[in-house]
Design a protein around this ligand. Structure first.
Ligand code: FES
Length: 167
């Protein structure tokens, strides 16, 4: 069962300064930020929905609409810090390995690739976030094939042992 607004508020003790953490929890369960949940959080924290949306849009790790159909939605940061640490080369490598462009979903529907302006974890640049929750920091071009291989393996394992998923 995906988390409810009340659960997320309780988890973070209804603290306004934990809004980002709350949004991460919601994003990771729903793969986007459902409006009803934002409204409930907004009412409880006394932060307007437009303000929450402004924050969510700034970070780009969040989506206000349900994201693509891919099993693994890769969000690669192309913000200033990640950019100077070679994120464009990593994006090129991802496109090459996945045989698709940014904004597309792979034919087997396993991978979606998007870029963001800043994911809010610049200290780990260059950074990728998978499905809004799995942060992969200091990623290198060389690591891409292994990462893709690993995710393929994970998807395969889940097919055979669906109960062993850890989510
Ligand atoms: S610039 Fe990439 S996380 Fe901020």
């Amino acid at each position: 069962m995906p988390v409810t607004a009340q659960e997320v508020l309780d988890r973070w003790e209804h603290k306004q300064e934990c809004l980002i953490e709350m949004l991460h929890d919601v994003q990771s369960d729903y793969n986007y930020l459902p409006r009803e949940i934002l409204e409930e959080v907004s009412g409880d924290l006394k932060v307007s929905v437009p303000k929450i949306l402004e924050i969510a849009t700034f970070y780009n790790a969040f989506s206000t609409k349900p994201r693509g159909v891919a099993k693994y939605n890769m969000l690669m940061c192309n913000g200033t810090l990640c950019y100077v640490k070679q994120s464009p080369l990593i994006i090129d490598r991802l496109e090459e390995e996945l045989k698709m462009k940014v904004g597309e979903v792979s034919e087997d529907k396993l991978f979606g690739l998007e870029t963001a302006a800043c994911l809010g974890v610049c200290g780990l640049a260059p950074v990728m976030i998978i499905n809004g929750e799995e942060v992969i920091g200091r990623i290198t071009q060389e690591r891409i094939p292994r990462l893709i291989e690993e995710l393929r393996g994970r998807a395969e394992a889940e097919k055979h042992h669906p109960k062993e998923r850890d989510d």
